[in-house]
Design a protein around this ligand. Structure first.
Ligand SMILES: Cc1cc2nc3c(=O)[nH]c(=O)nc-3n(C[C@H](O)[C@H](O)[C@H](O)COP(=O)(O)OP(=O)(O)OC[C@H]3O[C@@H](n4cnc5c(N)ncnc54)[C@H](O)[C@@H]3O)c2cc1C
Length: 442
């Protein structure tokens, strides 16, 4: 019984490892020359960068967190988060609602006053129930935090109007802050938000890819890189999996590919399913990685909501995650720019992007252009799922179709859900244990 796993990112590799541990013969098909997907890293001239955006290891899921930390045993750096939001030229503590005392007095008053009004409306039941993400932000945080940070930041990263986004995903992911914490933060008593992430892990050597390599180690010889799946056909209960030049047969097929890629491999996809798939919205990502001569501020990462500071939505400082991420006397910056596939940003040259980020950094007084001694741009076509108002309807149609043809979907762009690494590993673990239960039952 051979199980084919389509896609060699974190999800595919975790599935392969877990199935292999249970005695299943697996084979992973990965299109790129290297496996790892969004969790790849590159080391050049003494600098190490994650090429799919800055990654840190954290989770509320104790089992998954223990798994990830076990994978990087002996190579783990524990860090206290020191994250900021750039607001009117000042660095405000993150999360914004825990950093209100860093705001200019008028803005601090606006945020706290409106937060209290929203809280009263919530508690007395007089607030209108939110119907979209924008309304939910106002309902949860009040007009002040909404307009100073939440709406501009979210619209910058999602590249989509917040009032046309669904809110089904925010519960649990963006918690309603306790009123005591918000008031404390406004009067300058330190509080922490998102505490499950306040201390995070990062590999000392080789970036986030070292996590992937450790997961893949027992199945390394079962990974076929450079195999771009082009066609999937089922005949007599077996799958015929084809690339442009090869065909392989497997008994079972699990997809971790973006659903858009998966459907393009299947013949006779019904029109309604194809239309649902074409309607799904996602963002691509450009990572501008810079090696810096000299130090950078001791921040973990900085969110940049304001459009006037440039296209970058977040900059992180890998050399602050691990001392081995940059040569002695140097430091590093990773700037993330989200964009829609095929938009004007897609056509910007690497030099233009590097120039823009350098100007942003100078404007923020973080580094001078003359300090940049290394630069490279990485592009990821699939980076973020965008939950528009039709998302739930469309994804249901696609998932029902894939279930009907017998291809389970596991992973960030296969399930088409905003899953972090922990969510992908959880999905893989749950998939494998359900499979085990089904096998025992039959
Ligand atoms: C900017 C950014 C920052 C992030 N930061 C964090 C973080 O700090 N912490 C965290 O926990 N998570 C983070 N994540 C999320 C994390 O990267 C993902 O959850 C995870 O990498 C998804 O893994 P995956 O295997 O599901 O998908 P992918 O990594 O996308 O893997 C899919 C694989 O399928 C391959 N493929 C595609 N088409 C084909 C084909 N036709 N044939 C064969 N192979 C194909 C691709 O090449 C790829 O390798 C971040 C994500 C982004 C975008």
């Amino acid at each position: 019984m051979t199980t084919a796993i389509l896609g060699g990112g974190l999800t595919g590799l975790t599935l392969a490892r877990l199935l292999h541990e249970r005695g299943t013969d697996v084979i992973v098909f990965e299109a790129e020359p290297d496996y790892g997907g969004l969790c790849r890293s590159i080391s050049e001239k003494g600098f190490t960068f994650d090429t799919g955006g800055s990654h840190i290891i954290f989770s509320r899921d104790a089992e998954v967190l223990a798994f990830m930390r076990r994978m990087i045993t002996g190579n783990e750096q524990r860090n206290n988060r020191n994250t900021k939001i750039l607001y009117k030229g000042q660095f405000v503590k993150y999360p914004f609602e825990n950093g209100l005392s860093d705001l200019p007095p008028d803005d601090r008053f606006f945020c706290i006053n409106e937060f209290v009004r929203a809280q009263i409306a919530f508690e007395t039941g007089s607030a209108l129930h939110p119907e979209n993400f924008r309304e939910w932000i106002y309902y949860t945080f009040g007009k002040g935090i909404a307009e100073c940070y939440m709406v501009p930041y979210n619209e910058k990263i999602w590249k989509y109007p917040a009032d046309r986004m669904s809110l089904h995903w925010v519960e649990g992911r963006i918690p309603r802050p306790p009123i005591e914490d918000v008031i404390k933060s406004a009067v300058g008593i330190p509080t922490e938000g998102y505490t499950h992430q306040a201390v995070f892990s990062y590999p000392i050597h080789n970036g986030i890819e070292s996590l992937i390599r450790a997961i893949a180690a027992p199945v390394e010889d079962r990974i076929r890189t450079g195999f771009s799946v082009r066609s999937l056909q089922k005949s007599k209960n077996r799958w015929l999996i084809r690339s442009r030049t090869e065909a392989v047969v497997a008994d079972r097929c699990i997809s971790t590919l973006p659903v858009q890629h998966l459907l393009s491999c299947i013949d006779n996809v019904p029109k309604a399913v194809q239309e649902a798939c074409d309607s799904l919205i996602y963002n691509s990502l450009i990572c501008v990685t810079l090696g810096i001569s000299g130090p950078v501020p001791g921040f973990s990462w900085v969110y940049i909501p304001e459009a006037s500071t440039g296209r970058t939505s977040r900059i992180s400082f890998p050399s602050n995650y691990s001392p081995c991420a940059a040569p002695q006397g140097c430091s590093s910056v990773l700037a993330e720019i989200t964009h829609r596939p095929g938009d004007e940003v897609s056509f910007m040259t690497d030099a233009e992007l590097i120039g823009q980020v350098a100007r942003t950094l100078e404007k923020m007084a973080i580094v001078k252009k003359s300090q940049i001694i290394y630069s490279r741009v990485h592009r990821q076509p699939f980076a973020y799922v965008v939950y528009d108002l039709d998302y739930q309807k469309n994804i249901r149609i696609i998932k029902e179709f894939c279930a009907s043809v017998g291809i389970p979907l596991v992973g960030r762009f296969a399930q088409f859900e905003y899953l972090n690494m922990d969510g992908c590993i959880r999905s893989a673990m749950d998939f494998v244990s359900n499979l085990e239960k089904d096998t025992k039952a039959s």
